[in-house]
Design a protein around this ligand. Structure first.
Ligand SMILES: *Cc1c(COP(=O)(O)O)cnc(C)c1O
Length: 358
């Protein structure tokens, strides 16, 4: 973080903002975009041409290698209005997204991105589109950094050129309903030695069909299990998953099959600070069902940027729906959701250097 150098970003502003066309009281997820976007191109061995331009469609060759062989990675983070100082925008742990982008890049043979392109790019984009960060309860600006291979070449090889971009989308209040999940014992999301820990585009393509089958049966998402034995719980849909068993918070270790969630990391840090016993270890289906039957499973929830915390109300395994304790009784997950929300929105002091201010 201390090696950053100032960098020139060429800025081409929109002639007229589209913001007056947006009804901020009725925004769905992910279909409205702000006025500008950031672009950087990698060619001849270095990142160059960093610029901010009006949001517009891309022009691509049909042979663009990302479209065929999937060298494509992404990130997701949010900016919030400071509730104490409305002119300020707060971004939650963007340095972690930068680091994770580079872990993903490395795994699928893409060039790493310098911190200043990510951070200064983000800052300049937010300065220009600050008015797009919605005010009001639950609302935020979802930010999507991503990188993809741009060689127009259909031989299978690692591309020599790449594009990094950031665009952003205002999102409405995310009233996360408690979710019903189904334990998946056939399909796999992630295997040892694979790319499950990285935010690689293809991981999400592979999860759509199994998720659809579960949705057709009335479940919101899957509880993924390990690829080898389908014996241990790994993640919940596109969230990390945590269980409060007795008085111990358990979650799968962030190895190579588990996405290294920033919400996961933050929840664990708060839990440890509060003196709660934390175990980063795999929980087996048998242990989980046993804990439900003995009423030792107090809480179960997913963690991720979109919802922060998503309570799990039902877990399906092998023909049986298990109902979990009522949401109001879940002391830890309710407390941690409140704490994170207050830090993200400036209601509570940022004592951990989690917040980037614009
Ligand atoms: C993005 C993601 C998460 C959550 O990560 P956060 O950094 O907390 O948003 C968890 N699991 C998967 C598979 C993901 O893609």
């Amino acid at each position: 973080m201390d090696t950053t150098v100032e960098m020139d970003i060429e800025i081409k502003e929109v002639k007229e903002s589209k913001i007056s066309e947006v009804d901020f009281n009725n925004i769905a997820f992910g279909n409205i975009y702000t006025d500008h976007m950031l672009i950087a191109d990698y060619k001849e061995g270095s990142w160059q041409d960093v610029k901010i331009v009006p949001y517009e469609d891309l022009k691509l060759s049909p042979a663009t290698s990302a479209l065929h062989y999937g060298q494509s990675i992404f990130e997701g983070l949010k900016a919030y209005r400071n509730e104490q100082r409305e002119e300020e925008v707060l971004v939650f742990r963007p340095w972690e997204n930068w680091k994770r982008l580079n872990e993903s890049a490395k795994r699928i043979c893409m060039p790493e991105l310098p911190e200043e392109i990510f951070m200064q790019g983000l800052e300049e984009l937010l300065k220009l589109d600050k008015n797009w960060v919605p005010k009001g309860r639950g609302k935020s600006l979802y930010i999507r950094p991503f990188m993809f291979a741009t060689d127009a070449y259909i031989g299978l090889k690692s591309s020599e050129t790449y594009r990094f971009m950031i665009f952003a989308s205002p999102v409405g209040a995310y009233y996360s309903q408690p979710v019903k999940v189904k334990i998946e014992n056939h399909f796999v999301r992630s295997a040892n030695g694979g790319v499950g820990y990285a935010k690689v585009a293809g991981n999400y393509a592979a999860s759509l069909y199994p998720a659809k089958l579960a949705q057709d049966e009335g479940y919101n998402q899957l509880l993924w299990t390990d690829a080898k034995e389908h014996k241990y719980i790994e993640e919940s849909g596109t969230m990390n998953v945590m269980f409060m068993i007795g008085d111990t918070l358990c979650t799968a270790p962030a190895g190579d099959t588990i996405l290294h969630g920033i919400t996961r990391k933050s929840v664990l840090e708060l839990a440890r600070d509060w003196g709660i016993k934390v175990e980063e270890r795999f929980v087996s289906i048998d242990e989980l069902i046993d804990a439900i039957e003995k009423k030792e499973l107090k809480e179960a929830f997913g963690t991720g940027t979109a919802a922060t915390i998503a309570h799990i109300e039902t877990i399906h395994n092998d023909g049986i729906d298990y109902q979990l304790p009522e949401i109001e009784a879940r002391d830890f997950s309710n407390k941690v959701l409140k704490e994170l929300t207050e830090i993200q929105r400036g209601k509570k002091e940022d004592t951990r250097e989690w917040i980037f201010r614009v």
